[in-house]
Design a protein around this ligand. Structure first.
Ligand code: NDP
Length: 319
């Protein structure tokens, strides 16, 4: 039977094209989406065969929904061979924090808490799989990696978790940032993506040796025209893809980004190492091979990683 991969946020962008590419490689894809009508229409439009896909509802911003998804997935009786934590919200124009049902700032709640909970709940399922290379893959990004130029851009500020003062204080209103400082919506996204990359490293450190599961993160390139940017100003949405194509040369198509995601999930070469952040660099070149990108000291600091793990576990009811 076909191996099974869950992809969160497969209704558009990288996740949708990743689902298409994995289906073409003979995988069955569970498309975990918050809007099933939209996801079905998108899957149909791309010609992802019905036999290669199962659509299931999840709202990553709601912990109850994440738990319900895990129960519903188990009820399908499918084995779980790979999990891709891909869904994300980017809301850079909020003037006030939006809150999840549990009361947490929405980009951290969705991008980090939801995936932290999902990954932890599904670890035993991945462990039971008899697939030769079981993998848990998380989408990271250059803008949250201070090691690279793109991670240093101060608009509105580089990712920085401080000493997690906001998380330690419970991360409920009026607190909206993990470091407890003033709300900056664009930075909240970057912080949440830094948490994603730290979570990948912590999963590797805690569980790779014991389970053999491969835990990796990736940066697929600048996919400047996905709906991720739909909440940015209209002028930005016109200029950003052009700038990435012509000036930085960082632009990749959704198709290529999806194919890169599928490679990291399924290709043997990407399963030979765990605890790696895969990248194809920031200037795209035809035929360029993926490499292990060094992460910022902030993502490699084990004490911070352990603290983030413990405090997040508390916020998602796993403490
Ligand atoms: P898109 O906006 O196209 O896709 C995001 C997906 O996440 C959509 O399917 C969206 O669903 C889903 N989603 C959002 N909120 C929730 C929620 N609460 N519950 C369930 N699903 C949700 O963005 P991209 O494809 O660009 O981004 C995908 C990943 O790639 C993200 O993790 C992003 O950080 C990462 N990335 C993107 C880069 C880029 O240049 N685009 C660069 C580097 C990393 P819906 O359709 O319902 O909104």
């Amino acid at each position: 039977t076909a191996p099974t991969c869950i992809i969160t946020g497969a209704s558009s962008g990288v996740g949708l094209y990743g689902a298409k590419s994995l289906a073409a490689r003979g995988w069955h894809v569970v498309m975990a989406c918050r809007d099933l009508a939209k996801a079905t229409a998108a899957a149909d439009a791309l010609g992802i065969p019905k036999a290669s896909r199962t659509l299931m509802p999840i709202d990553l911003g709601s912990q109850a929904s994440v738990r319900a998804f895990v129960e519903a997935f188990r009820a399908t009786g499918r084995a779980l061979d790979a999990l891709v934590c891909n869904a994300a919200v980017y809301l850079p124009r909020l003037t006030e924090p939006m809150r999840s049902p549990e009361g947490y700032e929405i980009s951290v709640a969705t991008n980090h808490f939801g995936h932290f909970l999902l990954a932890n709940l599904l670890l035993p399922d991945l462990q039971r799989s008899t697939h030769a290379s079981r993998r848990l893959i998380i989408l990271g990004t250059v803008t949250a990696n201070y090691e690279e130029f793109g991670g240093k851009i101060p608009i509105p500020a580089p990712a920085d978790l401080g000493n997690l003062e906001g998380l330690e204080a419970g991360f409920l209103a009026p607190i909206a940032m993990l470091n407890g400082k003033a709300f900056k919506p664009g930075k909240a996204y970057k912080d949440s993506k830094l948490c994603n990359m730290i979570t990948g490293r912590e999963l590797h450190r805690r569980y790779h040796g014991q389970t053999g599961i491969v835990f990796n993160t990736l940066y697929p390139g600048c996919v400047a025209d996905t709906p991720l940017f739909r909440h940015t100003p209209p002028a930005f949405q016109r200029i950003f893809p052009w700038f990435q194509k012509n000036i930085t040369k960082g632009y990749v198509t959704q198709e290529l980004a999806g194919d890169r995601l599928a490679q990291v999930v399924a290709d043997p070469a990407f399963g030979s190492r765990s605890g790696v952040h895969w990248s194809w660099g920031n200037r795209q070149k035809e035929g360029r091979e993926a490499f292990a990108q060094q992460l910022t000291a902030r993502a490699q600091d084990q004490a911070l990683g352990e603290r983030l793990w413990t405090l997040t576990a508390g916020c998602v009811g796993m403490g």
